[in-house]
Design a protein around this ligand. Structure first.
Ligand code: 2M8
Length: 423
């Protein structure tokens, strides 16, 4: 790709960020997702940082302004009313000053904040804004390692598939059987009016998402209770690896800013998490798997969640094995990285997180591969990602067999990741 070509792609990506900018936060895409989402915002901030540092910090500051008193950072902030999304604030009923959802999402904030600060041009201003965020991110990490790890194992559980960010991954099929899907209030889905229903989660899955939501609402969104009362408690290697990396990055950032207690606490969390992650390794699959905390058994589902640990400082032998795994997946599809192994009969090339490739996941994995010295594999992911954009535009996700763009279009975090890949 020549310079002119790169500049054209970067300007298209920046244009999408501006289009979806609502002033102090961005929406993931018009129509389908009209509010602020947690990990979308943090990854989008990275995109903003390449042309507007002030706007990058503001994106994260807005998100963290809605942190709960217990430290949780909600997965959606409903800044304004919009009928176009379900479930909206009237279903969540979390009683926050500005309505939010009642669950969280992968904690990429520590990772993003460190990266934005490292690249900042105005170091004094960046340090000032980073320091305020560091305290809040630290409280979020503390929340996760208590409320979601009550036995202090060093591994946090998600209590709703939406918390993983990989909503309908094959990983949840088995533990989801324990979640009832009857007796919920009647509802009307809006997502299937914006996107092809064949590319979205099924009705049965939505019923169970809603059952959990109503169950937690019934428990007053009390995070002291929710982990134990949830019939769905899964340790996701992707979520945990992101948290471990964010703890390590927050420790480094805090140290640079002279916030020593926060640095120490997060370094200790990262070390403990890394050791505990080993429990999720599957020699048979050559990758990490989810662990069902209710049965204490690994879930037999080779998904991309088990490759995301490349982002954390896992042992070299594990990183090498994951590198080989990604090469093997590459031989099974035209574009990498599929969110589920195409060799598994449950793979579904167009259905959301059950097969399609996602640029944000590609970015996180590529980052880990470079850190582990596997530049060639990382470069293949980067090239594949940019080719997907060239062929299909800035979509929410892509069929890894054909490259067909799926889901929402002119998608914010996809555009942000293009800016990162071009950086
Ligand atoms: C998707 O999830 C939301 C629920 O949070 C939905 O489908 O309604 C996921 O891809 C999630 O990872 C993402 O943050 C969100 C917004 O892009 O959409």
């Amino acid at each position: 790709m020549n310079r002119e070509h790169r500049a054209r792609l970067a300007s298209q990506a920046a244009q999408i960020l501006r289009e979806n900018d609502r002033g102090a936060y961005t929406v993931p895409t018009k129509g389908l997702y009209p509010f602020q989402w947690n990990w979308d915002s943090c990854l989008t901030a990275l995109g903003f940082a390449s042309f507007d540092e002030d706007r990058a910090w503001r994106e994260m500051e807005t998100l963290f302004a809605h942190q709960w008193p217990d430290g949780m950072v909600p997965h959606i902030v409903f800044h304004q009313e919009d009928e176009g999304y379900f479930p909206g604030p009237e279903v969540w009923q979390t009683e926050r000053p500005v309505p939010t959802s009642g669950i969280t999402q992968p904690p990429v904030a520590g990772f993003a904040a460190r990266r934005i600060h490292e690249r900042s041009a105005d170091k004094a201003e960046s340090a000032r804004r980073a320091a305020a965020l560091v305290k809040k991110i630290d409280r979020w990490h503390a929340f996760l390692y208590t409320a979601r790890d009550p036995r202090r194992e060093g591994l946090v559980a998600i209590i709703h598939p939406w918390e993983s960010g990989r909503d309908n991954a094959v990983d949840w099929d088995e533990p989801f059987r324990r979640v009832p899907h009857e007796g919920i209030a009647p509802y009307r889905r809006r997502d299937v009016e914006h996107a092809d229903p064949a590319h979205r989660p099924t009705k049965e899955q939505y019923d169970r998402y809603l059952w959990l939501l109503e169950h937690f609402r019934h428990h007053g969104w009390d995070n002291e209770l929710l982990h134990d009362v949830s019939p769905f408690r899964v340790v996701d290697p992707g979520f945990n690896a992101i948290l471990i990396r964010s703890c390590a990055d927050l420790a480094a950032l805090a140290e640079e800013l002279g916030m020593d207690a926060i640095a120490r606490a997060n370094r200790a969390r990262a070390e403990k998490g890394l050791k505990a992650l080993e429990r999720l390794w599957s020699e048979a699959h050559g990758q990490y798997l989810c662990l069902d905390r209710t049965t204490d058994a690994l879930i037999d589902s080779p998904s991309v969640g088990g490759l995301i640990p490349l982002l954390a400082a896992i042992p070299e032998v594990r990183a090498r094995a994951l590198g080989s795994r990604i090469e093997a997946l590459g031989a099974r599809c035209r574009f990498v990285v599929p969110s589920h192994d195409p060799a598994d009969p449950r793979f579904d090339a167009k259905r959301y997180w059950r097969g399609p490739a996602w640029l944000i996941v590609n970015y996180l994995i590529a980052d880990g591969l470079v850190a582990a010295g596997m530049d060639r594999v990382a470069e293949a992911i980067r090239a594949s990602s940019l080719e997907l954009i060239e062929k299909g535009g800035f979509a929410e996700y892509y069929d890894p067999m054909t490259g067909e763009p799926c889901g929402g279009n002119r998608f914010t975090w996809t555009a942000a990741m293009v800016l990162e890949f071009l950086n």
